[in-house]
Write a protein that binds this ligand. Sequence first.
Ligand SMILES: CC(C)(COP(=O)(O)OP(=O)(O)OC[C@H]1O[C@@H](n2cnc3c(N)ncnc32)[C@H](O)[C@@H]1OP(=O)(O)O)[C@@H](O)C(=O)NCCC(=O)NCCS
Length: 192
Amino acid sequence: MTPAATTIFPVILPVSEADQRLSGRDKVKALSRLARSALMKSCEKSGLHLDSFPKNQKGVPLPVGGVHWSLTHKSDMVGGVAAALPVGMDLETIRPVSDALLAKVASEDEWKLVGGNRRNNFFRFWTAKEAVLKAVGKGMVGLSHCRVVAVVDDAHMTLTYDGTRWPVAHYWFGDHVAALAARHFSASWTRY
Ligand SMILES: CC(C)(COP(=O)(O)OP(=O)(O)OC[C@H]1O[C@@H](n2cnc3c(N)ncnc32)[C@H](O)[C@@H]1OP(=O)(O)O)[C@@H](O)C(=O)NCCC(=O)NCCS
């Protein structure tokens, strides 16, 4: 029997105008701090507890007491998620992209799964792959091992990483899209 899917509660927070005006290290620090606030809200919603945010030497978040976590920060929005299983989250602002990036994100076989305009679909693929690569702790160095194998609808697709299947859920708002990856889950998104 298939086990019931875990509900995961990703949280998205807006960056204040004052923080958006920061630059350099001050901005990185402010966004990192705000993403951790989103993570704590995700903990509250899911009844999970995190009191530290350790990372390994490569900057990969480490689970604490069985609680896995993932962060994403862009200049105007941040996201955070905690879960009792490996999890990855990514967030992007939809914007024009170069032909080189279109070719980098997906193969011809993967593009055939969506049809339509590649520029419109680019950020679905990009955020889905980033979310899976964060869940497996690889970051972009693992990009060539990650493939889109099924597109269910606008909000759901399946990827593989070295042959292991990773469902991904998308959440669209304004000119942004967020993606969440875990092995077996349903997503309950909150945006403040
Ligand atoms: C390292 C990487 C995970 C960062 O992704 P990103 O989109 O630049 O950054 P995000 O804001 O979404 O995520 C940053 C968070 O990811 C986490 N992270 C960093 N490396 C990670 C890894 N290897 N695995 C999992 N999570 C990782 C950290 O918690 C970090 O936040 P923190 O520094 O505040 O702790 C990686 O995938 C990367 O280098 N991406 C390149 C992005 C790129 O080329 N974008 C162009 C898009 S058009």
